[in-house]
Design a protein around this ligand. Structure first.
Ligand SMILES: Cc1ncc(COP(=O)(O)O)c(C=O)c1O
Length: 376
């Protein structure tokens, strides 16, 4: 049976990974500055991660949400400590889209309203409400287009005020650092005023931290760079270091009811073991401190390269903007220099989303290759 052909693929077949590197079937080593799209947080095949998952699968990989699962509580408690998000409650699911779908659903349940405000170039996933709140007409099918969504420009605070005061908006959903869109960030005033407007208008403020969360921005969550209190925080990518897991942190003002949310696979034993080991490693190896060190080092070198016109993003969610489209440069980096980088909706942006365990040597390797690739 052929595979449904929806992904344009690079001609590389990774079969193994260790730390910052992946290896193809000929054992060729590739430096991974893409992290499988911001997913690999603690590095490939981290020993503690492998042990945690292997031990758990040997004991019990899955049982349903109809019975007690102490691993879910352990994960929630650890997340509270490592994220410093006190008092939130955790619902576990399987992916970023599902996290946002649940976040939007909670907003609608709780406010009894249904319109969503989202932002230009935002990406929130491909399920029903999440894709409707995504600013990309090509991936919105007619069945999704029935959702009521208003897309505004980032920083359009008057627009947000006008829409919220109409009284029918259940949620404002935002990425504090846009991922797929190209690493744009709104101003501090904008984020903080949106927070105030949401609270004044019985509208949920949803922080989509699917990509920016888990330390990638230099704080555990990107919204923690601002003085805001989201009602719901959605998480996924870095959470399982590749094991499919997502979740929503839910403010205690939102009361749970049996049956309000649910999933077969979400919060299963294996996913929780993976998620717990990721949080342990982030904490034990002070990875958020490493994000600061390496981010500073990266930006310092990037500033010395004249072809780089703009450096975007924050922490290890970075972008290098050129005055040319970077598609060919990315190919050259993969095929000639064996380095994975990311692209964005902004075609002139090269995205850097490495494991948070990255060291200065890896940055040196990248910049040497980049300068060589630009000039040859
Ligand atoms: C900010 C953001 N939200 C949601 C998603 C969707 O996550 P998933 O692909 O796990 O459904 C993504 C994926 O790239 C994302 O970057």
């Amino acid at each position: 049976m052929p595979l449904f052909n929806v992904y344009p693929l690079y001609n590389v077949t990774p079969v193994a990974g260790k730390g910052l590197f992946v290896y193809d079937e000929n054992d060729t080593e590739y430096l991974d500055l893409y992290g499988g799209h911001a997913v690999i947080s603690i590095g490939h095949s981290h020993t503690k991660y492998v042990t945690a998952i292997s031990d758990q699968v040997a004991k019990l990989g899955f049982y349903s949400n109809a019975v007690q699962n102490s691993l879910q509580k352990q994960l929630a408690d650890k997340l509270e400590i490592v994220s410093d998000c006190k008092d939130y409650e955790l619902f576990l699911c399987n992916s970023g889209a599902e996290a946002n779908e649940n976040a939007l659903k909670l907003a609608s349940f709780k406010t009894n309203k249904s319109r969503v405000v989202a932002f230009k170039n935002g990406f929130h996933g491909r399920t029903s409400a999440a894709v409707a709140a995504t600013d990309n007409k090509n991936i919105i099918a007619p069945i999704n287009a029935q959702q009521q969504v208003t897309i505004l420009d980032l920083n359009d605070i008057n627009g947000v005020k006008t829409e919220l005061e109409k009284g029918d908006v259940c949620a404002v959903i935002v990425e504090f650092i846009q991922g797929v869109g190209g690493l744009d960030q709104a101003t501090t005033e904008f984020f903080e005023q949106v927070d105030v407007l949401c609270k004044a208008n019985n509208t949920f403020f949803i922080a989509d931290e699917v990509q920016s969360g888990y330390g990638r921005s230099g704080k555990f969550f990107a919204f923690q760079h601002y003085n805001v209190t989201p009602d719901v925080i959605s998480i996924a990518k870095g959470m399982g270091n590749g094991f499919p897991i997502g979740g929503v942190l839910i403010h205690p003002s939102i009361e749970a009811k049996f049956g309000m949310l649910g999933t077969t696979f979400g919060g299963n034993h294996l996913a929780c073991a993976a998620g717990l080991s990721v949080l342990n490693v982030i904490q034990d190896e002070s990875l958020i401190d490493n994000v600061h060190t390496i981010s500073e080092y990266f930006i310092k070198i990037a500033k010395t390269i004249p072809e780089i016109k703009n450096i975007k993003g924050r922490g290890l969610m970075l972008g290098l903007e050129f005055d040319f489209e970077v598609g060919d440069l990315r190919k050259k980096l993969i095929y000639d220099y064996h380095i994975f980088t990311g692209g964005a909706a902004n075609k002139k942006l090269l995205r850097i989303l490495p494991p948070l365990t990255i060291k200065k040597d890896h940055i040196n390797q990248f910049f040497e290759a980049l300068v060589d690739a630009i000039h040859n």
